[in-house]
Design a protein around this ligand. Structure first.
Ligand code: DO4
Ligand code: MG
Length: 284
């Protein structure tokens, strides 16, 4: 089951079930206390709750509504250097600090950082950005875990951890500036419930970047290449850290375009994950 957030042309925000290319807005008023997507995702039985909220009918074409990032009050965290490709890319870009990436790749404790707050997240179809003070920028396509306050993985969505490679490479202490700025995080297009995703290790992540209508980069990886499990990342994230509103955790990138590539305004970035769908964002 896929659950989305949307906004109507009159500005009303709602929650919907997505089936193929049809969207069924839910009637949240039917169950007292259920007001948001997170209320459904964090409930003991999201499917049963959705059945109570589903008005039936024929639904609407997905294209008729503006989808919003599937986040409410959760913080968005990210893991890093969880794939060999990411480790190699960081070692190349940051000669003086290469050893730290090797160490964090194989250490028990993963790299975890706060990537965004909900207000900072770019919606599906909305513009992501590159920093004006950076010359080398890339999208990072990442499986993103939707985690309840009880630290249970309740769903999955797509994520783009847009990053500045030259700022990160200059000094690892610049990581927050390389990673956290306006337009650096996109999420969506919806949440797939945890029990509806195919076997994770079989899932493919694909990144396609188009420039001037042509494909400028096309790369794939599989979640089987990840050096850690989603559950272990959540366990580390939850150590000494409470998430009363739940949390979204981006799980790191296994795709890094060649060093000569940098994102430019006007590029179109598509991130497709098996079983989830495609998160599309232009670079604004
Ligand atoms: O250590 C830098 C960040 C790594 C990262 O964002 C990733 O591997 O996806
Ligand atoms: Mg990343």
């Amino acid at each position: 089951m896929k659950l989305a957030k949307f906004r109507t042309s009159l500005g009303r925000v709602g929650v919907a079930v997505v089936e193929d290319s049809t969207i069924f807005p839910l009637d949240l008023g039917r169950v007292p206390g259920v007001e948001t997507l997170a209320d459904i995702l964090h409930s003991p039985d999201p499917r049963a709750l959705v059945a109570k909220l589903h008005p039936g009918g024929t639904g609407l074409p997905v294209a008729d509504l503006d989808l919003l990032a599937p986040v409410d009050r959760q913080e968005i965290w990210a893991a890093g250097v969880t794939y060999k490709r990411s480790k190699a890319a960081r070692e190349e870009e940051s000669a003086g600090a290469a050893q730290f990436y090797d160490k964090v790749y194989s250490a028990a404790r993963p790299e975890l950082f706060l990537k965004a707050t909900p207000e900072r997240v770019t919606h599906p179809g909305g513009p992501i950005r590159v920093r004006a003070d950076s010359k080398w920028n890339v999208p990072e396509p990442e499986l993103t875990l939707v985690v309840s306050p009880a630290l249970k993985i309740v769903g999955y969505t797509g994520g783009n951890d847009v990053s500045s490679r030259d700022i990160e490479g200059e000094n690892p202490l610049y990581l927050p500036q390389a990673k956290v700025y306006t337009g650096s995080c996109a999420l969506g297009p919806w949440v797939v419930l945890a029990d509806a995703i195919p076997e994770l290790t079989a899932c493919e992540i694909r990144l396609v970047i188009r420039r001037g209508g042509r494909v400028a980069f096309d790369g794939t990886t599989t979640i089987a290449q990840m050096n850690r499990t989603p559950e272990s990342l959540v366990e580390w994230l939850g150590k000494e850290n409470a998430f009363p509103h739940g949390v979204l955790l981006m799980t790191g990138t296994g795709i890094v375009p060649p060093d000569a590539f940098s994102l430019s305004t006007g590029d179109a970035v598509d991130i497709t994950i098996t079983g989830i769908g495609t998160l599309m964002n232009p670079v604004g």
